[in-house]
Design a protein around this ligand. Structure first.
Ligand SMILES: [Zn+2]
Length: 277
């Protein structure tokens, strides 16, 4: 399912190449004179995506350096997304906007604070991200987590003092004076009401714990061609294929944000075909 075709920067002979490109899901790799890739992308229709790169005015430089296009077809879109993310991270093509490597992700953990609850900013590595419940949001820095909390406090009229972002004086938090806080810090609002609004505000940011006992296989099928992506604790462990030998993927050792984002919806919404192993 992997092949390489010439893509002439002078636009002669390209018509042949383009008609040979598959109209199916997969990853395509633009290569120049050297062996390292210039750009890696994915599409559910490789041919039309490559053609749109050739028409794009702001990609003229990249396309003028491209001499070959390599394709790896996949049985479905999730396989293409996983493979694209894996290849970009391991090969670092110069024309891909560098995927920021978030070395230390932090998250919000709801912890007991007196009679109520508060979000503590904690390092995801220490917690086993993707394995435990009660975590909300994934951030590249403590500062980013604090900014998000301030934004939520503003939207939902929460108390910055009770969120741990401000000292509470006898007269309450600063937000109380400017009427952004409903007064949980001085008892004007019942603490459980405040905390309920906090938890509601965080719901959409929930970091799902891995919902299975161990590894699963996410199955994608195109006609009689079947690919099985092995996943455990939101980590991508590799793909086996009914047509060719297994795709070699260096097993992800730790939680990876991009992989989580690719997998969380299809798995949590139950849209994907899943087999336990
Ligand atoms: Zn307050």
């Amino acid at each position: 399912m992997t092949f390489s075709l010439p893509l002439n920067p002078k636009a002669t002979g390209n018509a042949d190449t383009l008609t040979q490109l598959p109209r199916s899901s997969g990853v395509y790799i633009f290569k120049g004179a050297g062996t390292l890739p210039l750009y890696i992308g994915k599409s559910v229709d490789i041919r039309s995506r490559v053609m749109s790169h050739m028409r794009a005015e702001d990609e003229v430089e990249m396309m003028s350096q491209t001499m070959h296009v390599e394709c790896i077809e996949t049985a479905g879109e999730i396989g293409a997304l996983l493979l694209e993310s894996h290849l970009i991270k391991s090969l670092n093509p110069i024309f891909n906007v560098r995927l920021r490597r978030l070395r230390s992700l932090c998250t919000l953990q709801i912890v007991k604070q007196g009679e109520g609850w508060m979000p503590a900013i904690v390092n995801g590595k220490d917690l086993g991200l993707g394995k435990v419940d009660g975590l909300y949001g994934l951030f590249g820095s403590v500062h980013a987590a604090q900014s998000k909390l301030r934004e939520l406090a503003d939207q939902h009229r929460l108390c910055l003092g009770l969120l741990g972002l401000e000292k509470i004086s006898k007269r309450g938090c600063f937000g109380l004076q400017v009427k952004t806080c409903l007064g949980a810090c001085v008892g004007h609002e019942e603490r459980p009401d405040h905390d309920e609004r906090l938890l509601n505000a965080l719901t959409d940011m929930k970091v799902h714990a891995w919902p299975f006992e161990g590894a699963i296989e996410l199955v994608e099928q195109s006609g009689d061609w079947i690919q099985r992506h092995r996943i455990q604790d939101w980590r991508y462990l590799g793909t086996t294929c009914s047509k060719s030998s297994a795709l070699k993927v260096s097993v992800q050792q730790s939680f990876d944000l991009d992989t989580y984002k690719i997998l969380v919806k299809p798995i949590m919404l139950g849209n994907a075909q899943i087999e336990t192993v």
